[in-house]
Design a protein around this ligand. Structure first.
Ligand code: CA
Length: 233
């Protein structure tokens, strides 16, 4: 391809949604290719090498989760799951399988475009060897990994070891929703009945120390019932 537009693969069997999403993304300046089954999605993924995939979970030939597993076997390209399923378990399963984000149908066009933009931007951020430089920046937030120092608007935020570990973990996966169980296993190494409560308490303290009141938009968003995501937008 000779132009520099981002290439997006949409895998969706419902024609109305497929053409709606295609028109929407093309109007936003992306180059789009579509598949209506998991099998053609797999073929197009290999031949077209998209920079982002929008994946419907309910496909006619295979479960979209199988295609997600196939993609993650070879690539870390951002995947946004598109699903009519409102069941939290499906979202959690897709995120644990390596999806970056999810959008539940019916969705608004502004929401989808914002998620696509955010996934692409954050993917570039992490690719940009920012992590190996030892320094992470997201708007007013900076993290210096070697010294474990966190600042907001250049004011140092005093975090406990656990709070720091949570913030650092989310920053290393910026833009991606990390499920409760993924965070808990990474921070405490085990998952028990009280873990989610413990995580929520730590998160409330982090928000408070960052200077955000409950409900206010922070660097860390709570995806209710699913997990947390660090995001600049
Ligand atoms: Ca479907």
């Amino acid at each position: 391809m000779s132009n520099n537009k981002y290439k997006i693969l949409i895998v969706e069997d419902e024609e109305n949604i497929r053409s709606f999403v295609t028109a929407l993304l093309e109007a936003s300046g992306y180059q789009v290719v579509c598949a209506s089954s998991a099998k053609s999605g797999e073929m197009l993924f290999s031949s077209y090498l998209p920079e982002l995939v929008i994946l419907d979970l309910g496909l006619p030939d295979k479960d979209g989760m199988e295609l997600l597993r196939y993609i993650r076997g070879t690539s870390s390209v951002p995947v946004i799951v598109l699903s009519a399923r409102t069941d939290e378990n499906d979202k959690v399963a897709a995120l644990d399988m390596g999806a970056n984000d999810y959008v539940t149908k019916p969705f608004g066009s502004a929401e989808l475009v914002a998620r696509v933009r955010s996934a692409l931007r954050n993917f570039r951020r992490v690719s940009d060897s920012e992590l190996s430089s030892g320094r992470f920046e997201l708007g007013a937030l900076t993290i210096d990994y070697p010294s474990r120092r966190v600042t907001v608007n250049e004011v140092e935020i005093k975090l406990t070891q656990t709070e720091y570990n949570i913030v650092a973990l989310l920053s290393e996966h910026c833009g991606k929703v990390l499920t409760y169980s993924v965070i808990i296993s990474a921070i405490w190494g085990y998952n028990d009945y009280n873990s989610i409560k413990k995580l929520q308490v730590n998160m409330a303290n982090i928000r408070k120390k960052f200077g955000f009141s409950p409900g206010e938009k922070c660097f860390i968003e709570n995806e209710l019932g699913v997990g947390y995501r660090m995001s600049g937008s």
